[in-house]
Design a protein. Structure first.
Lengths: 274, 304
């Protein structure tokens, strides 16, 4: 597969993941107690309904709106901090490098999900949502990305590489932006960012699922009037455990998970080194 | 000589400081919330009851007092009493019931990861199996857990409320395989061995009839341990979600429910448990790094 094909798959996949969020309804249709069960996509196009008669398309759209922004911002944070870590390894600023190492060690030593759960809980009600979770997750993931980028830059030669390129007449800006970031750190940064993107989406699904299992606690990642992609899986689980007619929900949930994975793999492939 | 000691020393200091720092941070966060902590924790309380509650829970003299009181009790094994999850119940009792399951889950998962690293280092994992592990490893823990709990509910033990060994074993397997934990370890070990194996000293050792692994181990051990520690830390986080979905009554479940119900003594105790595990891993890595640097790399008979 060529890199262009991978890039095309990535763009199409991202469009499918992100665009529905722009058309998401403000609130989900209320649960209809009189509904006898879920209806498949042929009887209620395009995606069928859940066990309470609510269209799954609404779930997909709302889920998209919930995850798109925070996961992209988390990916961007990891990419920027990773780039910073890589570029730092190409300079001779030992003190800054040591300070970054220390901060990285502190953040890297904390169990991420524990910190995220605690941070989210102490936030004021109006700030709660996926965004602070995504930012906290990105900040805790970043030391790993910075380490890997720094190790790639060190293998390249670090500050000696910059000096050598300067001796060849290249400007500093070109060396840092094109040769180091563009040619050498790009694969690492794209992979780390893509993985963080997927992690935030799966984290949202997992936390929402957990909240749904505990009926007496509020949602961690979105408002009570919204349902994310975890709602689709939650509905689909009844097919596996209780043999209810929600197989289409399960397939849709798994398809969304697969789509996220395809997007990640394709962008990593498209961004790989020549 | 590079300043090799910075990271190990930072890790040593952190390993000692983290169990004291993190509860302090949580105490600070309770006071950083908008409004006063007492009304946040108990919005319906008022009058005498409120005053009594504030004193009982050490909320009357600021975060430092709350922290020092919690710490001094904790040292004697008393983690306080639950505020809201099981109001009045001793947190140490709740924690005791969960620690066993979480440790079993985590240690079994970690054992699988370590076995994967060892077998890869020995070259005993066939290529087809690696591909299979990589493929399954793409799936998130949530999906595998849902499949596992469905199988468990339908075919194995649909009525039991108690956590069983089967649940723990299923959870550990998912913990090791999902989210590329095992495949990442295998790839990481493979990469380290392949890169180091190309170096001249290893090639000469092979010509002398010596094994590759024993020659590269002193140089690669700190890196490998670092990789494995990062994986273990991810396992700790993933275990929380897996515990919740597989209905394993562990510390992760206590933490999530405690956090959602603003039961801060429970949250602090659970967090402390996770931080202690993280600190122990940090300590192990630091000691290994220092040991390798001082006794192997600098020894006249050592490598490098």
């Amino acid at each position: 597969m060529s890199r262009r094909v991978a890039l095309a798959i990535f763009l199409v996949g991202m469009a499918i993941l992100v665009l529905p969020g722009f058309f998401a309804p403000e609130f989900l249709t209320a649960k209809d107690g009189s509904v006898q069960g879920a209806v498949g996509p042929f009887a209620a196009p395009p995606l069928g309904t859940d066990s309470f008669g609510r269209p799954l398309l609404d779930f997909v759209q709302q889920g998209s709106r919930i995850v798109a922004g925070p996961s992209l911002i988390a990916a961007l944070i990891v990419m920027i901090l990773g780039a910073f870590g890589g570029l730092l390894a190409c300079t001779q600023s030992n003190r800054l490098s040591t300070a970054v190492q220390v901060i990285g060690e502190i953040l890297g030593a904390l169990p991420r999900l524990v910190v995220v759960i605690v941070v989210v809980r102490v936030l004021p009600e109006e700030w709660r949502g996926l965004m602070p979770i995504a930012i906290a997750w990105a900040l805790l993931t970043a030391p790993g990305a910075m380490d890997e980028a720094a190790s790639v830059a060190s293998r390249l030669g670090g500050s000696r590489f910059v000096e050598a390129m300067r001796a060849h007449g290249f400007s500093r800006r070109r060396i840092y932006l094109v040769h180091i970031l563009g040619y050498n750190l790009r694969p690492v940064l794209i992979r780390q960012a893509a993985e963080t993107f997927a992690q935030v989406i799966f984290l949202e699904m997992a936390l929402s699922y957990v909240s749904m299992m505990q009926t007496d606690i509020s949602e961690l990642t979105h408002g009570s009037q919204e349902e994310g992609w975890a709602g689709i899986l939650y509905d689909g689980y009844s097919y596996l455990a209780l043999n209810e007619p929600t197989g289409h929900s399960l397939l849709l949930g798994l398809a969304l998970v697969a789509l996220v994975l395809i997007v990640v793999r394709s962008v990593v492939y498209a961004g790989r080194a020549r | 000589m590079e300043r090799w000691w910075i990271r190990p020393v930072v890790r040593l200091v952190l390993a000692v400081a983290l169990p004291f720092l993190v509860p302090l941070l949580i105490a600070g966060m309770i006071w950083a919330m908008p409004g006063d902590p007492a009304s946040n924790v108990c919005p319906d309380c008022s009058g005498e009851g409120m005053l009594q509650m504030i004193q009982d829970r050490n909320l009357d003299q600021g975060p430092l007092h709350f922290y020092t009181e919690w710490m001094s009790s904790m040292v004697s094994g008393d983690f306080g009493r639950s505020w809201s999850f099981q109001s009045g119940e001793e947190v140490s009792y709740l924690l005791k019931s969960g620690v066993g399951f979480t440790l079993k889950l985590f240690l079994l998962g970690a054992l699988l990861i370590l076995a994967g690293a060892f077998l890869t280092a020995r070259g005993w994992i066939p290529r087809w199996l690696k591909s299979g592990i990589r493929l399954v490893g793409l799936l998130p823990g949530l999906v595998l857990s849902l499949a596992a709990i469905a199988v468990y509910t339908v075919y194995i033990n649909p009525s039991a409320m108690e956590t069983t060994w089967t649940q723990v074993a299923m959870g550990a397997l998912i913990l090791a395989i999902a989210d590329a934990a095992l495949s990442g370890t295998i790839d990481g070990v493979d990469e380290v061995i392949e890169t180091e194996g190309r170096r001249r000293y290893v090639q000469i050792a092979i010509l002398r009839g010596e094994g590759t692994l024993m020659n590269i181990l002193p140089n690669t051990l700190p890196g490998l341990v670092g990789q494995v520690r990062a994986r273990m830390l991810s396992l700790l986080s993933a275990a929380i979600i897996i515990e919740m979905i597989l209905k394993i009554n562990g510390v992760g479940e206590l933490l999530v429910v405690g956090a959602l119900k603003q039961d801060f003594p429970l949250v602090m105790a659970c967090t402390f448990f996770y931080v202690v595990i993280s600190s122990m891993m940090l300590l192990l890595q630091a000691v290994l790094e220092i040991g390798v640097a001082l006794f192997i790399r600098k020894s006249p008979k050592g490598v490098g």
